[in-house]
Design a binder for this molecule. Sequence first.
Ligand code: UD1
Ligand code: UDP
Length: 363
Amino acid sequence: MRIVCVAGARPNYMKVKPVMDALEDRGADVILVHTGQHYDAAMNDVFFAELGIREPDHYLRAGSGSHAAQTAAVMTAFEPLVADLRPHVVVVVGDVNSTMACALVTAKSESLLAHVEAGLRSRDWSMPEEVNRVVTDRVSNCLLASSPDAVANLLAEGHGADQVRLVGNVMVDTLLANLDRALARDTLSGLGLTAGQYGVVTLHRPANVDDPATFAELLIGLDKIAQLCPLVLPAHPRAAPQLRAAGLSPRVTIIPPAGYLDFVALQAGAALVLTDSGGVQEETTILGTPCLTMRDNTERPITITEGTNRLVGRDPAKMLAEAISVLESPPPRRAPALWDGKAAGRIADAILAGSPDRTPTTT
Ligand code: UD1
Ligand code: UDP
């Protein structure tokens, strides 16, 4: 079976790697297509090197742009490739623009479409990712869900039970496979940090970093929390200029985006993590590190009900109160079912078993 796997942005790489390996282990002919949405060494190359992902077979060079420009660039480049390769299945992961763009192209081709991480819903339509999730799922044949809430969302939207598989969380496969390597690094000492005595921050959602008033509130909250424990903040390129210009407390150390192994080591050693990332909510759950999510909602509610995550919004007082709470009384480590390091095998089995028709039973 000829299978195209699509990757394009930082959170795709740790999801696509184990899926590619599992498909190849089962004899599939896997073709890796990179859309080029992320391209900097620190947002892209380091993940290929550290995770041992092979060079992409095709590179679409979509680059940055407005949502429409970026989506269109991916679609325009991907369409002739799909027509040429005629894969049996295209596999997309996650919820970035590259995911939705390749899903739309595939839906109008002869190939079947499988979506890894299907069914997550924030119900917040101001998030571009929510649009990407819903559109991608709507046109997918095979919906591979990481949690029971995602399965329930898909069934409620009218997808047939034969389309949906609960397979677990493939990001956890990569996390567990690389944890020992990450912990063996000198990441903490290199930054002058002591395990259990610092916090890690990531911040890149447009709703947080593109709106000056919201961004200013968040920075006040971070400054307050930095008085409790020093913070290290690997800055995403969307937020780096604002962060560096903001005049944060010297107890907040801004560094370039971290490589995967360093970032896992930072999360594992932290007393708390403050984030608006999707994947980081999941990784902290598995690592047992308290996570405060600077959003009003999450598409990953299982990280709250069965993990270490709490929603703290953007109010500095609430952020500080929750930080004090988890520092004094950290939540217990719990792992949701099937977040066991074996999701990729279940995903590959589901894809190779064949995918039903993409038509949901209702609209
Ligand atoms: C994208 C995803 C988001 C995901 C995030 C992961 C969409 C709509 N958003 O957001 O869901 O959480 O990736 O990190 O797909 N840039 C660089 N170098 C790069 C890539 C981007 O400097 O290698 C800069 C460019 O100025 C670009 C901006 O970052 O305009 C935003 O990049 P983009 O991929 O459009 O969105 P992200 O904010 O990265
Ligand atoms: N990550 C990383 N370096 C960083 C920040 C994040 O390696 O400086 C990893 C993190 O461990 C997780 C993934 O990137 O595996 C999450 O991606 P991101 O936060 O960019 O996107 P999201 O999950 O929000 O879509």
